[in-house]
Design a protein around this ligand. Structure first.
Ligand code: HPA
Length: 272
């Protein structure tokens, strides 16, 4: 545990020295990577150069930590995140959030691509996450408590911050963006769910399913950050429509919606 804490501090020190601290953190999900263009004075470091930081060797994976000014606020953005299905441990998946905490981040925006479970949703709509269900059996807080960051049994009543949700809804209305609100169910992946699992998800109260976001949210709450989560419903989940799911559809929909997604995120950060 001491080794892990030391690793977090070493990574945070490296980032602080090269690109500086931030008050707001953004984890960019599928297709949103080019939001970093919105920065006024951006600097980045490659994940592979941050000591002890996980990094993907997959081609086309940006793997950059950006910091700069956005609407007068110091913001850091992760261009590329780590998923449990890639084989990263929970400590690795959530390391960036703990590093953000050491760098002064108090508000975290998490974004993702997700499958729509709620039958009123349609492909390409955006969903503000109101709550989550963890179906993976994993929890990033398993093990000795990192008391430097937070308490042993953190409250999850408001995993997603009520005020931030309201603010985001107001911005959506101003922009004329039709947003949904709902519960995100975290699935292991990497295979998409079966139709039976999606029926179960709906019965359990899920509106969307995805393979990320929840571990980062849990750790951010443990660190005392306020969290806003927004999903792009890139496809209706398995078995709802008479089509098979494929990754290209997820990528294509995320690309089609990214302008709106970015505008909503940007307006919410401006309004903070
Ligand atoms: N299931 C899980 N994760 C996803 C999906 C899905 O249908 N679409 C995008 N990410």
């Amino acid at each position: 545990m001491q080794d892990y804490i030391q690793k977090l501090h070493t990574a945070a020190d490296y980032i602080r020295e090269h690109v500086g601290e931030a008050e707001i953190g953004v984890i960019l999900g599928s297709g949103l990577g080019d939001y970093v263009e919105a920065f006024e004075d951006a600097k980045y470091v490659d994940y592979k150069d941050i000591p002890g930081f996980p990094h993907s060797t997959a081609p086309g994976h940006a793997g950059r930590w950006w910091t700069g000014k956005l609407h007068g606020k110091r913001v850091c953005m992760m261009q590329g995140r780590f998923h449990a299905y890639e084989g990263w441990s929970m400590e690795e998946v959530t390391m960036p959030v703990r590093v953000m905490s050491l760098l002064g981040v108090k508000t975290l925006f998490v974004t993702n691509a997700a499958g729509g479970v709620n039958l009123n949703f349609s492909q390409g709509c955006l969903m503000i996450i109101s709550d989550f269900i963890n179906m993976t059996g994993k929890n990033p807080l398993t093990g000795p408590n990192l008391s430097e960051f937070g308490v042993r049994f953190p409250d999850m009543t408001h995993a997603y911050d009520v005020e931030l949700i309201k603010l985001c809804e107001q911005q959506a209305e101003k922009l004329g963006v039709d947003v949904q609100k709902g519960v995100y169910m975290w699935m292991n992946g990497p295979c998409y769910e079966t139709p039976a699992e999606i029926r179960m998800a709906r019965i359990c109260g899920a509106d969307a399913v995805g393979m990320s976001t929840v571990p980062e949210t849990i750790v951010a709450r443990h660190c005392g950050m306020r969290v806003l989560g927004v999903s792009c419903i890139t496809n209706m989940a398995a078995g709802i429509l008479d089509v098979l799911l494929d990754e290209q559809e997820v990528i294509d929909t995320a690309a089609r919606v990214k302008g709106t997604f970015r505008a909503l995120l940007d307006a919410t950060i401006e309004a903070l």
